[in-house]
Write a protein that binds this ligand. Structure first.
Ligand SMILES: [Cu+2]
Length: 142
């Protein structure tokens, strides 16, 4: 009986040790997350280490700013600040773009090649809702 009780005690000790290890892991994970979450809400892991996204807001049937210069590797994030209507971001030269963005929705594109990227909103092309991104080599940027 004495030995049996000894085993029982050992197993309880192991469970406690395991519990402490799990708890420590959880705590460390929590600390790691807390350390990174505040630094870049726009990152989302898609910016590839080039930096935070540059935001273009969409409201009043226009892009703000409509003209933007960024370095190669920059992610531009379009955010709809509209209350009712939807917009998209369409690059006719490449025949590519975003789906329709409704209020509070956003869409990102990372520019890996220098160049001039003109775009417009397909639903509001007749309202001159257009913009341009100038993508420059890192060395050329101010
Ligand atoms: Cu639009």
């Amino acid at each position: 009986m004495q030995e049996g009780e000894g085993e029982e005690a050992t197993m309880q000790y192991r469970r406690l040790t395991l519990g402490a290890a799990v708890l420590t892991t959880l705590l460390m994970g929590g600390v790691a997350q807390a350390g990174t979450s505040g630094s870049s809400d726009l990152d989302d892991g898609q910016t590839d280490g080039h930096g935070d996204a540059v935001v273009v807001e969409m409201f009043d049937y226009a892009y703000h700013p409509a003209e933007l210069e960024v370095e190669v590797g920059t992610t531009v994030r379009w955010v709809s600040e509209e209350k009712r209507t939807s917009h998209d971001i369409y690059f006719p030269d490449e025949d590519m773009g975003s789906p329709r963005l409704f209020p509070e929705e956003s869409w990102e594109r990372t520019f890996e090649e220098p160049g001039t990227y003109e775009y417009h909103c397909r639903p509001h092309e007749d309202r001159d809702m257009d913009g341009v991104i100038h993508v420059v080599a890192a060395d050329d940027a101010e």
